[in-house]
Design a protein around this ligand. Structure first.
Ligand code: C2E
Ligand code: MG
Ligand code: MG
Length: 253
């Protein structure tokens, strides 16, 4: 049987955790304007594991601290590399609410931001609403600190779980990521709901990213509704950093 907690401890140090990057495109002109960092665990026996299989365990055991730092460092490296090849784009990183509530990660990040050469608005922290958020006042406080430091704040998976426009306002996000379940629901009611969400976000001055765009029909509709950016298998699957760089410079893998 797999002992995930034991195997996960030290996985970062053993070089088993990897950052992959999924493109985000401008809905208007189709250009690649951003990338979301997604973690993968390459276990020597079990192969490549997706975050759904281990992030929960990492949150419970504390291994998420090392993973979170590693992913942030990979984003710094990617931002530097893509600026160096003259393709400066934005990068987003998922940060577990568990990590945002403890001071360790945010203190570490604030310190790292002082040292890395980075245009801060190019890095966005994604916080998911898929699970009920605990201690929202403390979370708001931490997110405010990060926003004041110049980073973007994305509310991820909007449309599942507890999501509401009220919550969005409360968290002071700069970006709203609409969950695949809303993006792929092409019914009239689904379209009306999506329209209301996009309009409300824009009224608040928040950028809207549609997730899980898999077909031309999904893309056409989110374009008609005025979404700013799109992400999904139609536009590009997650890639390793070197493959992503090849895509950016025109040698599509
Ligand atoms: P997410 O942040 O909402 O990331 C998008 C997920 O949807 C990714 O799954 C991506 O591969 C998948 N996806 C993208 N486009 C499509 C599409 O067109 N169709 C379908 N069916 N799926 C699509 P992935 O990489 O398995 O990540 C799952 C979740 O794990 C992420 O959801 C995020 O909540 C979490 N996660 C990923 N990396 C990290 C990390 O470094 N730290 C933390 N705390 N959580 C992470
Ligand atoms: Mg995300
Ligand atoms: Mg999401």
């Amino acid at each position: 049987m797999r002992d995930l907690p034991a195997a996960l401890s030290g996985a970062v140090d053993r070089g088993e955790i990897e950052a992959w990057f999924q493109p985000q495109v401008d809905v208007g002109d189709g250009g690649t304007v951003g990338a979301e960092a997604l973690c993968r665990w390459r276990h020597p026996e079990w192969g490549l594991l997706l975050p759904g299989e281990f992030i929960g365990v990492a949150e419970d055991t504390g291994a998420i601290e090392g993973i979170g730092r590693f992913m942030a460092e990979e984003c710094f490296a990617a931002l530097a590399e893509w600026t160096a090849v003259d393709r400066p784009i934005d990068v987003s990183v998922n940060v577990s609410p568990v990590q945002l509530l403890g001071p360790l990660f945010t203190d570490w990040l604030a310190e790292r931001l002082e040292r890395v050469n980075l245009r801060r608005s190019t890095l966005t922290i994604e916080v998911t609403e898929a699970r009920p958020l605990e201690n929202v006042p403390a979370l708001v406080h931490r997110l405010d600190d990060l926003r004041r430091a110049g980073l973007g704040i994305a509310i991820d998976d909007f449309g599942v779980g507890q999501s509401s426009m009220r919550q969005l306002k409360r968290l002071h996000g700069t970006e709203l990521k609409i969950d695949r379940s809303l993006v792929t629901d092409l019914s009239a009611a689904g379209t009306e709901l999506l329209r209301r969400v996009v309009d409300a976000a824009h009224e608040l001055g928040i950028r809207v990213v549609a997730e899980g765009v898999e077909t031309i029909q999904h893309l056409q509709r989110i374009r008609d509704l005025g979404c700013d950016r799109a992400q999904g298998f139609l536009l590009g699957r997650p890639l390793t950093r070197s493959d992503f760089t090849r895509r950016l410079v025109g040698a599509v893998p």
